[in-house]
Ligand binder design. Structure first.
Ligand SMILES: Cc1cc2nc3c(=O)[nH]c(=O)nc-3n(C[C@H](O)[C@H](O)[C@H](O)COP(=O)(O)O)c2cc1C
Length: 195
């Protein structure tokens, strides 16, 4: 089951058109340690403001680091739990809010975590994996659960695995997986100037 390839108006790389965030994960298919290492290696090589690399991750893998997976699952909001329960890998995206070199606030920290997670997602697509990011986490609970310091902020959850079939999730999520993919037009996002 898949929302399918993005109906692009201008050609883009197949990896970008294929990438999507499904709700249905295959509960019976593990992600190899080698693939997971490559996903986070891709994140590691993301560009960042001042090359500060403000992204941090906590990763839990069913069966391999089950206790961490359980703790990550507990800090997802209720609305994300019914489908994320099938993901063999859960991760938490965290930002370092201040620069290491001078302690001043890094205004690009959230932006750069997003960039790192985006590259992770493209690497995942290339490996036949899917990633569904979540702003729907309980940030305070995550902060306490994982003993984050005051310069760190838990921002996003990531569900990682192989896409599954509609039967593994409640109908309301399955319907979303089958919905049409929608985007604003180029004219909506390029406010001025020209191509
Ligand atoms: C930072 C971020 C947070 C998101 N949070 C959630 C979430 O909490 N729950 C959810 O169901 N989807 C979440 N999504 C998925 C988006 O809804 C999805 O990316 C969007 O609808 C576009 O669909 P696509 O990724 O399949 O192209 C999130 C995506 C991103 C990038």
């Amino acid at each position: 089951m898949s929302k399918g390839i993005a109906p692009v108006e201008h050609p883009i790389h197949a990896l970008l058109a294929e990438r999507h965030s499904p709700y249905a994960f295959d509960p019976n298919r593990e992600v190899s340690e080698a693939d997971l290492k490559s996903l986070f290696e891709a994140a590691r090589w993301a560009m960042s403001s001042y090359n500060a690399q403000p992204w941090r991750y906590i990763v839990g893998v069913k069966g391999r680091s089950q206790a961490t997976w359980d703790r990550l699952y507990q800090v997802l909001v209720e609305g994300n739990q019914p489908w994320a329960v099938n993901a063999p890998v859960l991760a938490l995206g965290i930002i370092e809010k201040n620069f290491e070199h001078n302690g001043k606030p890094n205004k690009a920290a959230a932006h750069d975590l997003g960039a790192a997670s985006a590259l992770l997602t493209v690497e995942a697509t290339a490996r036949g994996l899917v990633v569904h990011q979540m702003i729907g986490i309980e940030p305070e609970a995550a902060h306490a659960e994982f003993g984050l310091n005051e310069a760190q902020e838990a921002l996003t959850g990531l569900a990682i695995g192989y896409e599954g079939s509609a039967e593994v999730i409640p109908e309301q999520y399955a319907e979303r997986d089958l919905g049409e993919r929608q985007r604003k037009s180029l004219a909506d996002i390029i406010l001025d100037g020209g191509l």
